[in-house]
Design a protein around this ligand. Structure first.
Ligand code: PMP
Length: 427
């Protein structure tokens, strides 16, 4: 007997819940049947009616080693038996200390040396902005301008949204957002005047690939050129690795592809293997030291959250890092990235597709413009009927499953996309 009453769950959901980034009128309409996910194993998920799916977008880009992984499960349980959460304001805890040490040790000595804990990508970016702002104030330099790349996305809190989401979702005039200088390319950045350079507080970029923009790849050389520009302007380079971090690009971090070390790096999503909300803002010692050098009033960062340094999240993150060693995740991933390329190759002749972009284990399959603005969504719905869950970005179908996906499942996922495009667009 099915343990779940799908109709009752759907009715209660529609009655009590407001979902993110969701037109709730449509969601609550009688004909809409929400998918109720109840179980996961590896790259697979099951709904409340027992239907099986491939997790084609890694549960909104978070999962890497698979669902229900015994190593991460055990680590969380061990932590749970000790204590789930204690305050990080005024206290510390061994799991957060161990994780911070492990994260810093992933980078060359004396580069990114300090960990600030937050809860998700947005708050990780938010604190990076607060730190940047206060840093220049402490240094006595007037650097009011933040620079971000057009079409970039860095989260939804007011500061993070000012960098990108506000422009992307056209709520630029909202009083929640502050002006940010948007540039489209390195050339545009290099065209700025010396005065503009001197007024720049920081430049933020999603290394390797602009994710929410539709999985758009940066031209080779972008990040080193940006590093050079920031060095010349003596300003801060912030790398938002919320999506690219922890193997997604094929390297542990997107910045490593072109051997660049930023001054601030934000990690979230896959940090806990996709288990729990936790983020890290990593910083260099000189930035930290400006705050720590003395205890003057203006040198304390008055920022933090109730769940900072949450021990369960840190335990999951440590276990996820251990798995990279135990399972040789990146070595195996290299084979799967190749297989993904081969499978995507079989879609290239499809007349409905205008471009296929791949960066590591992320694919963006862009559809030709059509009469229907919802083509991407229609295709993802058709893919769901074929056992693949993913979410489009406008006209781009995204495929970025957990790294543990089997070759067979990966082929099935690409087949589901191919057949769904044929079904929706006609062959
Ligand atoms: N930065 C990037 C590059 C992202 O892709 C996202 C989320 N998609 C965020 C920040 C915001 O992260 P979160 O949703 O965890 O707040």
């Amino acid at each position: 007997m099915n343990e779940w009453d799908t109709a009752a769950l759907a009715a209660a959901d529609k009655k009590y819940i407001w979902h993110p980034f969701t037109p709730m009128g449509e969601w609550c309409a009688p004909q809409h049947q929400p998918l109720v996910l109840v179980r996961g194993q590896g790259a697979l998920l099951w709904d409340s009616d027992g239907q099986q799916y491939i997790d084609g977008n890694s549960s909104i880009w978070t999962n890497i080693h698979g669902h229900n992984h015994p190593h991460i499960n055990a680590a969380i349980r061990r932590q749970l038996d000790r204590v789930a959460h204690t305050s990080f304001l005024g206290f510390t805890n061994p799991t957060a200390i161990k994780l911070a040490t492990a994260i810093v040790n992933l980078f060359p000595a004396d580069t990114l040396t300090r960990v600030f804990y937050t809860d998700d990508g947005s708050t990780g970016v938010e604190v990076a902005l607060r730190i940047t702002d206060q840093y220049w104030e402490i240094k006595g330099q007037k650097r009011p301008t933040l620079i971000a790349f057009r079409h970039g996305y860095h989260g939804d809190t007011a500061g993070a949204a000012s960098l990108g989401a506000a422009a992307m979702f056209q709520n630029w005039r909202s009083r929640w957002n502050f002006p940010v200088r948007q540039v489209g390319s390195i050339a545009e950045l290099e065209a700025l005047s010396r005065k503009d350079e001197a007024e720049t507080a920081a430049v933020i970029i999603e290394p390797a690939i602009q994710a929410a923009a539709g999985m758009k790849l940066w031209p080779a050389g972008t990040l080193p050129a940006l590093r050079e520009w920031c060095d010349r302007a003596e300003t801060i380079l912030i790398a938002d690795e919320v999506m690219t971090g922890f193997g997604r690009t094929g390297r542990m971090f997107g910045c490593q592809i072109e051997d660049v070390i930023p001054d601030i790096m934000i990690l979230g999503k896959a940090l806990t293997g996709g288990y729990l909300p936790l983020a890290i803002t990593l910083l260099t010692e000189p930035i930290f030291f400006a705050f720590a050098r003395n205890s003057l009033d203006g040198n304390t960062l008055f920022y933090g959250h109730s769940y900072s340094g949450n021990a369960l999240g840190c335990a999951a993150a440590l276990a996820s890092l251990e798995l990279f060693e135990i399972e040789q995740t990146l070595a195996h991933l290299a084979d799967k990235i190749r297989l993904l390329s081969e499978e995507l190759e079989t879609l290239r002749h499809n007349r409905q597709i205008s471009e296929i972009r791949q960066c590591g284990f992320v694919a963006g399959i862009e559809l030709r413009p059509s009469d229907s603005p919802r083509r991407g969504a229609e295709i993802c719905l058709a893919a769901r009927r074929r056992g693949l869950l993913t979410r489009p970005i406008g006209n781009t179908v995204v495929l970025m499953p957990p790294f543990c996906i089997t070759p067979e499942q990966l082929r099935q996922a690409v087949d589901a996309i191919r057949n769904s495009i044929d079904e929706v667009c006609g062959i």
